[in-house]
Design a protein around this ligand. Structure first.
Ligand code: ACO
Length: 299
């Protein structure tokens, strides 16, 4: 680790390193798959063919990211169906951010701008994460995330050039998503269970608070160009620190949402459970086909 080498699937690794990687990669994969829901419900209601095509592509990308990540977890010996079972039974987590509702089409834009913006901030350093298959998956994922972020920002710019009602819709969405986006980076460093060990193992390259600060600094000028107000009266540039100061995050809300009590947790898990059960026949058919192929090869 000191030598900054990549760890590959067949290399020796401490069992705790393996467990940590499976935990983080599985949570990440689950987030991508659950993350299809809040935007997916807008596909049939997108206001134009162009917006529908973009949204469809984006939600499909998220499915793809989930699949790469489950494959990366499999290189560590994890079993995909077990991971899905753990998600559905609440034994594994997914990102808090996807437990909030998408009330208007402006939410689709704000998810692209803020949620995918925060995801990029968190995931670009993971391209240098010490576990090879995860770091390599992250390169492609980040490229696609940056398209997602731009489509969101462009959608919002269009709405901001529209009517007063459209501008108000954007501001309302920003008000609802700003604080949950800051929570995506995880608890403050002092309360983070895994940061110190994950930094030592070079799984994480920056702490939760460092990345949160980077995101705030990156987003403030973008909000100015857009013409929206970030809902934090304490947000201001601190010349001495060379960073923006910002207000206290409601950590009790993050705890509640992570522990299953957010606005949409029950619905998200239920939709995923149903999709998994509805897909049982596809998995059975694929397994039967593979068995037939194997039998034919042995003949
Ligand atoms: N939502 C849900 N759970 C969270 C969140 C969050 N926003 N932040 C932290 N947690 C959980 C951690 O998973 C951990 O729980 P566990 O011990 O039961 O596994 C606990 O809270 C304590 O947090 P940390 O010790 O800080 O955890 P960690 O070092 O794993 O850092 C982080 C959390 C920053 C999210 C890290 O896991 C990470 O970078 N993951 C990869 C990125 C990712 O998963 N993104 C998903 C959303 S982005 C998208 O899909 C568009």
């Amino acid at each position: 680790m000191e030598r900054d080498q990549r760890i590959e699937p067949r290399d020796w690794m401490p069992e705790k390193y393996r467990a940590t990687m499976v935990r983080q990669i599985a949570q990440h994969a689950h987030s991508e798959i659950i993350g299809m829901q809040p935007e997916g419900v807008w596909i049939t209601r997108a206001p134009s063919l162009r917006r529908k095509a973009i949204l469809l592509a984006k939600v499909q990308d998220e499915a793809g990211h989930g699949l790469y990540l489950y494959s990366a977890a499999e290189t560590l010996g994890a079993d995909r169906s077990e991971l899905t079972g753990k998600l559905i039974s609440g034994r594994q987590k997914y990102s808090s951010i996807f437990n909030y509702p998408t009330l208007t089409f402006a939410d689709v834009g704000v998810i692209g701008w803020l949620v995918d913006g925060a995801a990029i901030c968190n995931q670009v350093p993971l391209c240098r994460s010490s576990y090879g298959p995860y770091a390599r998956a992250m390169i492609r994922i980040c490229k696609e995330e940056s398209f997602h972020q731009r489509q969101g920002y462009e959608l919002l710019l269009t709405l901001m050039r529209g009517t007063r009602a459209q501008r108000e819709m954007v501001q309302d969405a920003v008000n609802r998503w700003w604080w949950p986006s800051l929570m995506m980076f995880g608890p403050p460093d002092a309360d983070s269970t895994h940061t110190a060990q994950s930094m030592a193992w070079k799984i994480k390259r920056h702490t939760n608070d460092e990345l949160r600060q980077r995101f705030v600094d990156m987003t403030v000028p973008q909000a100015e160009v857009l013409g929206v107000t970030l809902p934090d009266p304490d947000l201001r540039w601190n010349e001495e620190r060379g960073h923006h100061d910002f207000g206290e995050i409601d950590w009790s809300e993050l705890k509640r949402v992570i522990s299953g009590d957010g606005p949409c947790n029950a619905e998200r898990v239920e939709v995923r459970r149903k999709a998994h059960e509805d897909g049982a026949w596809v998995r059975e058919a694929a397994a039967a086909h593979a068995a037939k192929q194997r039998a034919a090869e042995q003949r």
